[in-house]
Design a binder for this molecule. Structure first.
Ligand code: 5AD
Ligand code: SF4
Length: 441
């Protein structure tokens, strides 16, 4: 049934930082159409920016749709975006009739037209993956807080056998050099002091600079390092096989490149890694970490792990624990294997029983938490800069990030300040810092 076009919107993003970035850009796009941001309970359009990486994440969408459709303020227009939209497309409004609009991650620049179509009473679905970059069709970036995400690369050609990303996000595409530099400048003009470069395989980014020279992510980092007002650069997520010598060297040479590396290994058994089609083994991964640490000795290492991949034995899981011990993580994410339709692993025999998976995940997470706490304790007594991001829970308390991406509670300072602190105490998940006299530039 036709209805008035929505004048307000609410975006709810799930999953990875790429979705957070996409959610922000969709919000900017709707604002450029004159729509205003509103709470989930009163917005005339609620957009769920979904994640398809594991079954639990994907199923959550349907319970959310039901809840939104029944909310007190009356049923809003409901849009489903993100990777579930890409994977399930027109199936979504068939299964959940309250859904008015479905838009994939490569098509969201068409959102205004899709909203108009839905307002005219037609279910609007767009899951095209046009070669023409959506980025060109989006309005310029607007100011945000002191930290910002900037997508430089999308998609994945690695085809790990468990993963839906190559299907939902498509093939690896790098955004052009100048588009990225311009967007970074706009973010800095809007108040960003830290930019995190995003990509499903961010370290596979490649392009040409203004002079037509071929560049890798290290080149991009070096040019952004020279941007006045940008104090901190981070990047995520990387694949071990795209960790070039030049990028490793940048970690030792570029002052604004923060000492933090998220470099998933996924498992510690060479047989499992092969079955995952990871194209690296444990030995090559550990040698890589050694080289990164030689370039930047204090670097914080983060990773992702999957337990219970089909056929994983107890002994193979022990190898994962051994690899974790060999690395020493500042933080890490770990997940139970979740079969995803259409991926090669979903057709593999020998599933690991749920209770075995649970027990393995518990042991792995206990070890990773122990490592995180040890890493935090090792920073006590150090002086470092903290970028204040938001208020803490107590009056006057502020929360910021250390160079190693730890949360640091400090007394005083304002959002956007980069202050010098001495780390006074460490907890399992955060630090307490005391301001020292000298303010960082
Ligand atoms: N099951 C469990 N975890 C998965 N990941 C990706 N696909 C799956 C899956 N099918 C994890 C990987 C990846 C992270 C983003 O999610 O560890 O690095
Ligand atoms: Fe998925 Fe592997 Fe690509 Fe990462 S590298 S997005 S895990 S296929």
């Amino acid at each position: 049934m036709p209805r008035p076009a929505p004048k307000s919107f609410h975006v709810k993003s799930f999953g990875c930082q790429m979705n957070v970035y996409d959610g922000a850009r969709m919000a900017e796009l709707m604002q450029a159409q004159g729509m205003v941001e509103a709470g989930a309970d009163e917005a005339e359009l609620v957009l769920l920016n979904t994640c398809h990486i594991r079954e639990k994440a994907a199923e959550k969408v349907y319970s959310d749709i039901g809840r939104i459709a029944r909310r007190d303020g009356g049923r809003p227009m409901i849009a489903v975006a993100g990777c579930v939209a890409q994977a399930e497309g027109a199936e979504i409004p068939r299964r959940a009739r309250a859904v008015d609009l479905v838009v994939g991650p490569q098509a969201y620049h068409n959102l205004p037209a899709l909203i108009a179509e839905a307002a005219a009473g037609r279910v609007a679905v767009d899951t095209d993956m046009p070669v023409l970059s959506k980025f060109d069709a989006l309005p310029a970036r607007r100011s945000g807080g002191p930290t910002a995400f900037l997508t430089v690369q999308e998609g994945c050609d690695k085809f790990c056998t468990y993963c839906v990303v190559p299907y939902t996000r498509g093939a690896e595409v790098s955004r052009p050099w100048t588009a990225i530099v311009d967007e970074a400048k706009a973010l800095v003009d809007g108040g960003a002091r830290e930019i995190t470069l995003l990509g499903q395989n961010v370290n596979a980014w490649t392009g040409e600079d203004e002079a037509g020279r071929r560049q890798g992510l290290d080149g991009l980092i070096r040019v952004l390092d020279r941007l006045p007002g940008l104090d901190r650069i981070r990047y995520t997520t990387s694949h071990p096989n795209d960790m070039t010598d030049a990028l490793i060297a940048a970690h030792g040479e570029v002052a604004s490149l923060m000492p933090f590396l998220h470099l998933p290994v996924q498992a510690g058994s060479d047989r499992v890694l092969k079955a995952m089609n990871r194209a690296h083994d444990v030995g090559s991964y550990l040698r890589l970490i050694d080289r990164v640490r030689a370039a930047r000795p204090d670097i914080a290492i983060s990773g992702d792990f999957i337990v219970g991949f089909p056929g994983e034995t107890d002994a193979e899981f022990e190898e994962t624990l051994a690899a974790v011990r060999a690395v020493g993580h500042a933080q890490a994410f770990s997940f139970k294997y979740s079969p995803r339709a259409g991926t090669p692993a979903a057709r593999m025999d020998d599933p690991v029983p749920a209770e075995v998976m649970d027990a393995r995940l518990q042991r792995l997470q206990a070890l990773l938490s122990e490592q995180q706490f040890a890493f935090n304790r090792a920073t006590v007594g150090r002086r470092c800069a903290v970028l204040i991001e938001r208020r803490g829970k107590l009056p006057g308390q502020m929360l910021g990030k250390s160079p190693w991406l730890q949360s640091v509670l400090v007394d005083g300072g304002a959002i956007g300040d980069l202050i010098e602190v001495e780390i006074a105490a460490a907890g399992p998940a955060s630090l307490t810092g005391v301001r020292t006299e000298r303010a960082a530039a």
